[in-house]
Each structure stands twice: as structure tokens, then as C-alpha cells.
Design a protein around this ligand. Structure first.
Ligand code: NAD
Ligand code: MG
Length: 389
């Protein structure tokens, strides 16, 4: 039996992971499941999978979760510290499917205990890639990518040498507004931005896909995870979302990873790695699909991509600023305080402000520095709301 923990178990990625686990319940010893306000789901999953521990990140949800599990032996805890604490329990495999920078500390904690960490939480790599990967190295722990593009790159690299890699191409569907006239984007509403043409995902990443901030984060994630220079990473619009990434080698070959847009593939690959096991995903009928299309991304439509290039060039703590400002801008858009196009303005203005203060590039990427930078970036991002024209 493999001992596993799932952080962010109630979310879109977390639920896909539990779907795979539940199909082979005998094979897993579920140690901890964590979630947020959806305690009914969390309690139901903890009960059916016989977890040792269920944790909500919200202390105010503790009582409800405790009551829901009163007739079971499942331990219950609440709050961010309890989630970090859950990460110290020994397991063979943990999935980080928390959304946002809140995934960083539990991820670091899991790695410090030598756990193999399957990482969907791209924000922790964007915010503090060198810290996270350095921690893995120091404790002999493995980080496996779960983001579909990064899983695809990882799979294309099996048996290859990084020295032979000429370029890495990550694909993007183009999001909800790919066919909108650019002038109309200013009117985009929350409801319109919250639906994705190909993938069924959490609300935040769906909006990030419409703005292309998701792909912007994935550029940085690619650079951090695979240690490839920014000039070797490309984004390609591929409407069908069937090729997730391609790796180009010095001999001109391109290895493409093709598969259905179903996160259970990437999660399952990380779950069974280094083996491959049968997964309940659709088998593609390529003759029926007929053709695949590719387009270059339009920088005017997707300013987030240029911002990511700037962040990759600046390095240091600018990823932490970028992620925190983006999270704050997204909160603002969801709350109706700022418009769709304002999100990229907020992120740019926050980066400008914090770069002008200096110290971002040369600062050491320690947890304290990252958390302080994250805190300040959210304050500066909030200040920009009143300066938007
Ligand atoms: P989601 O919003 O559906 O779920 C997020 C999970 O994190 C929930 O369990 C929630 O309770 C928990 N959570 C939220 N805030 C938290 C906090 N402050 N502390 C602790 N837990 C918290 O999100 P999702 O779409 O499943 O995405 C999860 C992560 O995976 C994100 O980093 C996302 O970018 C990445 N990802 C998602 C997909 C996808 O298909 N959904 C694909 C690739 C990568
Ligand atoms: Mg992705």
C-alpha cells in the first residue's frame, strides 16, 4: 500500500486525483486530505477513503468538519499551520493541488521530509522556484510536474539529455476570448472569463487562461522546473488542446506529447511514475479529429506573456512579485473592483514599483524574503487599483 496525501483535495485537480485513487482504493493508504470551505466534500472523501486526517485551511470551518466526521476515526484540524503540519506526516507521495502561493509552505514541508511531491501548484514554482527545487535537492526528494504542459515536456525528455534540447514549446488553447476582437476585451465580464473552451478547471485558473496569465506562469514554471533559458521557451496557440507541449532537439526533431484534455493523465503519470499504468482517459481517434491547428500568440491580445518574459529576464524575487500581484488583481477582478484588462496593468505597475525600490534581483530567495515580498506586492497591487485609468 502506498501512503499518500492530497493537498487541495476538494479542488478540480484534487478531485481528479481522488477519482484515480478511489478506483484502486486497496492500493493506497490515504494519510491526509486538505481543503478549504467545501468541508462537506472534504468530509465525504476522508470518510470514503478512510483518511487518517482531514484539514481545512479555514479555522472557522473546523467545527463543521469536526461534526461531519464525529462518528469516524478521522482526525480533524484547521488553519494554514495545520496544513503545513499535515505535510510533515510521512508518505510515499503527496500531491500539491492547492491554488495560489498558499501551496508554497506545505510543498516545502513535504520536500523537507523527503516526500515525492507531485506539483500542480504552479504558483509555488513561479514564486520561489529555486527555493522549492533547492529544498528537494537538499533532502533527496523528487518533484514531479502535474501541470499538463510540464508533464508533457517531462515525458518527452525521458531518455534524453538536456544538453540536446534546443527549444521547449508549450501550447495554449487561447482561452475564452481567443476569437474576440481585441477592442472588446475591455468589456469582458467575470462570467464570460470563467468558462474555458476545452478544459474543466477551477475558476481561478480558468480566468487566468482567458487572460493568458496561466500561460505566463507556465513559461516561468518551465524555466524553473527544467532549468532552460527563457529564449528557448515558446508559447504556441493550439486550439484543440491535444498537443500539450513539444520539445525540440538539436537534430531538428520535435517530440510532441498528444493526449485528451483530461488532467487525470498528467496526475496519473505522476502517481505511477516511473511506471505507466492504465488510466481511464479517452483514447484519441486522430482520423476523426482530422487536423490540428497552430498559431503564434498575439502579444497585443495577451500582455501577460510579455510580462512573464520580463520576469524571467529580471529573475530573483520578481516571480514572487508577479505571482502575488496577479493573485491580488485576480481577486479584484472576481470581486468586480477592476476590469479584465486591468489585471495585466496591476501586475506591470506593481513590478515597476517594486523594481524601482531595488533589491529584487539580487535578494536571496529565502522563505522569509519570499513571504515578505509576497506581502508587500499585494499591498502595492492594491494601491494601483486607484491609479487605473
Ligand atoms: P481549485 O480552485 O479547483 O481547488 C483549489 C484547492 O485548494 C481546493 O481544495 C481549495 O480548498 C484549496 N485551497 C484554496 N485556497 C487555499 C489556501 N489558502 N490554503 C490551502 N488550501 C487552499 O483549483 P484547481 O483548478 O484544482 O487548481 C489547483 C492548482 O493546480 C493550481 O495551482 C492550478 O494552477 C493548478 N492546475 C490546475 C489545473 C486544472 O485542470 N484545474 C491544471 C493544471 C494546473
Ligand atoms: Mg497547464
Amino acid at each position: 500500500m502506498r501512503r499518500i496525501t492530497v493537498f487541495g483535495a476538494t479542488g478540480s485537480v484534487g478531485q481528479s486525483a481522488l477519482d484515480l485513487v478511489a478506483r484502486d482504493a486497496e492500493g493506497y493508504d490515504v494519510v491526509a486530505l486538505t481543503g478549504g470551505r467545501n468541508v462537506v466534500q472534504l468530509a465525504a472523501d476522508a470518510r470514503r477513503l478512510n483518511a487518517d486526517l482531514a484539514v481545512t485551511c479555514y479555522p472557522e470551518c473546523y467545527k463543521e468538519l469536526k461534526d461531519l466526521l464525529a462518528d469516524t476515526e478521522v482526525e480533524v484540524a484547521a488553519g494554514p499551520d495545520a496544513i503545513a503540519q499535515a505535510a510533515t506526516r510521512p508518505v510515499d507521495w503527496a500531491l500539491s493541488a492547492i491554488v495560489g502561493a498558499a501551496g508554497l509552505v506545505p510543498g516545502l514541508e513535504a520536500l523537507s521530509h523527503g516526500t515525492t511531491l507531485a506539483l500542480a501548484n504552479k504558483e509555488s514554482l513561479v514564486t520561489a522556484g529555486p527555493l522549492l527545487l533547492g529544498r528537494a535537492k537538499a533532502y533527496g526528494a523528487t518533484v514531479l510536474p502535474v501541470d499538463s504542459e510540464h508533464s508533457a515536456v517531462f515525458q518527452a525528455l525521458v531518455g534524453e539529455h538536456m544538453a540536446a534540447v534546443e527549444r521547449v514549446i508549450i501550447t495554449a488553447s487561447g482561452g475564452a476570448f481567443r476569437d474576440w476582437p481585441v477592442e472588446k476585451l475591455v468589456t469582458a465580464t467575470l462570467a464570460q472569463a470563467s468558462s474555458h473552451p476545452n478544459w474543466d478547471m477551477g475558476q481561478r485558473i480558468t480566468i487566468d487562461s482567458a487572460s493568458m496569465f496561466n500561460k505566463a506562469m507556465e513559461l516561468i514554471e518551465t524555466k524553473e522546473f527544467f532549468n532552460v533559458s527563457a529564449d528557448k521557451i515558446e508559447v504556441l496557440i493550439h486550439r484543440e488542446s491535444l498537443i500539450h507541449a513539444m520539445v525540440g532537439f538539436h537534430d531538428g526533431a520535435l517530440m510532441a506529447h498528444v493526449g485528451p484534455p483530461d488532467m487525470r493523465h498528467a496526475i496519473g503519470y505522476a502517481l505511477h511514475w516511473p511506471e505507466r499504468k492504465a488510466l481511464p482517459v479517452e483514447r484519441l481517434d486522430l482520423a476523426k479529429i482530422g487536423s490540428l491547428t497552430f498559431e503564434a500568440p498575439d502579444d497585443a491580445r495577451y500582455p501577460a506573456l510579455s510580462i512573464a518574459k520580463r520576469v524571467m529576464a529580471e529573475g530573483g524575487l520578481s516571480g514572487a512579485v508577479f505571482n502575488a500581484a496577479k493573485e491580488h488583481a485576480l481577486d479584484g477582478f472576481i470581486a468586480g473592483d477592476i476590469g479584465f484588462l486591468d489585471m495585466s496593468k496591476v501586475v506591470s505597475m506593481t513590478l515597476d514599483k517594486m523594481s524601482s525600490l531595488g533589491g529584487l534581483q539580487n535578494a536571496q530567495i529565502t522563505l522569509d524574503n519570499v513571504l515578505e515580498t509576497d506581502r508587500l506586492a499585494r499591498i502595492y497591487a492594491a494601491e494601483t487599483f486607484s491609479q487605473l485609468g
